[in-house]
Design a protein around this ligand. Structure first.
Ligand SMILES: N=C(N)NCCCC(=O)O
Ligand SMILES: [Zn+2]
Ligand SMILES: [Zn+2]
Length: 313
């Protein structure tokens, strides 16, 4: 029987140190099927810094999460062992070294991971770890930004470039790559042409609004098929009204309801790992962004719980 979160009817949810959803730490349970791990790294940002404080803020905002998910009819923490694996400590002064550390630490965790960032640079090492285990993976990338740019100031590893590196490294199944929520001004039309050449399809923020959640879910489910799927959620996919606490906000984004509904529509796909990145609490108000990120992480944990292979009795 998995060990679940602290009982909030006995220990008030605002008491004690924060783990994700008040779950046990990984060292308290020994092993986990699904682990939530923080990566407090933001040395790859191109604008406002501060996502290094994302993991702590999301854990704090996750105290109110409850154990039963009505929309999925699922108690994820009873179905599988979920634990908080703490933070991956990586070098804030050397991006290349940090990327190596994150890849090695993620690969060493014997669990399916929901990673809390940190800036989007961390998706590259997380995809390395996922591809090492599963081969090239399908990618669903929720973001205002493409993050397939080549370099910034000559730097190859930044929060605007992880998915171009991931394609170059052969980590992704280029027949199943989608961005969702893209919007805002670009450097030029070439950004879109290069992105298409890498293999990405785009559902813009306007597409989500005009075509609606159900049609978007149909398109994404078909594109992913039965491939192993990695989901990367940059919280700036949400409108700044729903996620002001982030480094590169863009007007005209998704609502948190739309994002959660799209994720729930993917419950029967073969999800192998996920991240929620770019929460920068210094720009947040009333925990709006961290609450949204905590709920997104809860839904991702639930999807992974549904996707954990059960041992036959
Ligand atoms: N928020 C992320 N991941 N990327 C934004 C990069 C946009 C830019 O610097 O032009
Ligand atoms: Zn972004
Ligand atoms: Zn991003």
């Amino acid at each position: 029987m998995p060990r679940g979160p602290l009982d909030s009817s006995k220990i008030p949810r605002f008491a004690g140190p924060a783990t994700f959803a008040r779950l046990p730490r990984l060292d308290e349970v020994g092993r986990a099927d699904v682990a939530v791990v923080g990566v407090p790294f933001d040395s790859g940002v191109s604008y406002r810094p501060g996502a290094r404080f994302g993991p702590a803020a999301v854990r704090e905002a996750s105290r109110l999460l409850r154990p039963y998910h009505p929309a999925l009819d699922l108690s994820p923490f009873e179905t599988v062992q979920v634990a908080d694996a703490g933070d991956i400590a990586c070098n804030p002064f050397d991006i290349g070294e940090a990327v190596e550390t994150i890849a090695a630490s993620a690969a060493a965790l014997d669990a399916r991971l929901v990673t809390i960032g940190g800036d989007h640079t961390i998706a590259l090492p997380l995809l390395r770890a996922a591809a090492e285990r599963h081969g090239p993976v399908a990618l669903l990338h929720f973001d205002a930004h493409l993050d397939t740019w080549d370099t910034y100031f000559g730097a190859a590893y930044t929060h605007g470039t992880p998915f171009r590196r991931a394609v170059e490294e052969g980590l992704l199944d280029t027949s199943a790559l989608s961005h969702v929520g893209i919007r805002g001004p670009l450097y030029g039309k070439r950004d879109l042409e290069e992105d298409r050449r890498l293999g990405f399809g785009i559902l813009t923020s306007s597409d989500v609004m005009r075509r609606g959640v159900d049609e978007v879910v149909d398109i994404l489910r078909q594109r992913v098929g039965d491939r192993p799927l990695y989901i990367s959620v940059d919280i700036d996919v949400l409108d700044p009204a729903h996620a002001p606490g982030t480094g590169t906000p863009e007007a005209g984004g998704l609502t948190s309801r739309e994002l959660l509904e799209i994720l729930r529509g993917l419950a029967d796909r073969a999800i192998v790992g996920a991240d929620v990145v770019e929460v920068a609490p210094a720009y947040d108000h009333a925990e709006i962004t961290s609450v949204a990120a905590a709920h997104v992480a809860y839904d991702l944990v639930s999807l992974l719980a549904l996707n954990t292979p059960r041992e036959s009795p």
